[in-house]
Design a protein around this ligand. Structure first.
Ligand code: SAM
Ligand code: SF4
Length: 329
């Protein structure tokens, strides 16, 4: 059983399948000039399966596929099928921008995917296009409908809140839960990924951050009540508007640490184990998996480096930090 130095069992693996994406959300990636990882550095299906097999032997029960955009990989359905059939893996889920979900929801569900989290930062089509630099909100709606038909539920919608961009939409996004059994989760923007200037018409770095406390107070008229977390809700603090079908969650990587319950390990898109989103310690598995070595000691090494908590602040400079797309946001 994998247990970290602070007694936390490691039961959850997030895999960034690729650093590539069909969108360029302003907070995540620069518009251009991106250096993609060489494809040869990325793990093959076979290699990912070996890593997950070792993880499962050590006690990992849930796997989330993310990126970058996992659905741009031509073999994503095959990856789900292979991971879902690994002994002791109880749940495979996926985080996506939903641009390609309409066509893939059913094949993914048929091969063992259980749930999807979908990123949706605005209800306004033009603003959505601006934030994602080219995204089509109609494709998100048809992706959500297809996910519901395929029973990839409960559906969670992830919204990164940025002052001067979409903070004014918090009440309208929360209202979605009145009509739909969706779980809308508001997330604090982190100074990683693209923390630099986003260009004309976008808020400056020092203006963007909105704390979860402020997000909650934007909903003070709704009389939200604390609620049980829907399946696998991880770090969200969850509420329900009386009579609503869905719930509202707040995720505060900066203001309200959730480190004390962290059960996660991450596999980066270039085959490194990383025990914390923020702290840059990594253990490379790529060469070991390619040369057929046993992988357990690499897991133990990565878990031994898991910090008790991170110390990222709103003002932490992004520096040479890897973005969410490589680490697996
Ligand atoms: N492409 C998929 C998507 O957008 O859902 C999966 C990968 S994306 C990196 C995963 C999540 O990370 C998204 O919900 C995105 O909003 C979030 N994210 C990316 N950069 C972020 C940042 N700087 N602060 C907070 N959340 C961020
Ligand atoms: Fe792509 Fe997701 Fe990053 Fe947006 S948040 S650029 S969809 S990886």
């Amino acid at each position: 059983m994998f247990i970290d130095p602070f007694g936390r069992p490691i039961t959850y693996l997030r895999i960034s399948l690729t650093d590539r994406c069909n969108l360029r959300c302003v907070y995540c990636m620069p518009k251009d000039g991106l250096q993609w990882q060489p494809r040869a550095d990325q793990l093959s299906v076979e290699e990912i399966v070996r890593v997950v097999e070792t993880a499962a032997q050590g006690g990992v029960r849930r796997v989330r596929l993310t990126g970058g955009e996992p659905l741009v990989l031509p073999h994503v359905v095959e990856i789900v099928r292979r991971i879902a059939s690994i002994q002791n893996i109880e749940e495979v889920s996926l985080t996506t921008n939903a641009m390609l979900l309409e066509r893939l929801a059913q094949p993914l569900a048929d091969t063992g995917l259980k749930r999807v989290n979908i990123s949706l930062d605005s209800l306004d089509a033009d603003k959505f296009k601006r934030i994602t630099r080219g995204g089509d909100i109609d494709r998100v709606w048809s992706g959500i409908a297809a996910a519901e038909r395929a029973r990839l539920t409960p559906i969670k919608l992830n919204t990164v809140i940025v002052r001067g961009l979409n903070a004014d939409e918090i009440p309208a996004l929360a209202q979605l839960t009145m009509e739909h059994d969706w779980h809308v989760r508001f997330i604090e923007v982190m100074p990683i990924g693209n923390a630099q200037d986003w260009g004309e018409g976008f808020p400056a770095p020092s203006e963007r951050y909105v704390s979860v406390q402020e997000m909650r107070s934007a909903l003070s008229t709704f009389d939200m009540q604390p609620s049980t977390t829907p399946q696998g809700n991880g770090p969200a603090r969850t509420y329900r508007i009386p009579g609503a079908l869905g719930t509202i969650g707040f995720i505060s990587p900066l203001g309200e640490h959730f480190c004390q319950n962290c059960n996660r390990l991450r596999l980066t898109s270039d085959g490194k184990l990383r025990s914390c989103l923020v702290i840059p310690n990594e253990v490379s598995l790529r060469d070991a998996v390619r040369s057929g070595q046993a992988l357990e000691s690499f897991f133990e090494q990565a878990i031994a480096q898991k910090p008790e908590r991170h110390d990222m602040l709103v003002s932490t400079p992004a520096g040479s930090q890897r973005g969410m797309s490589q680490i697996g946001g």
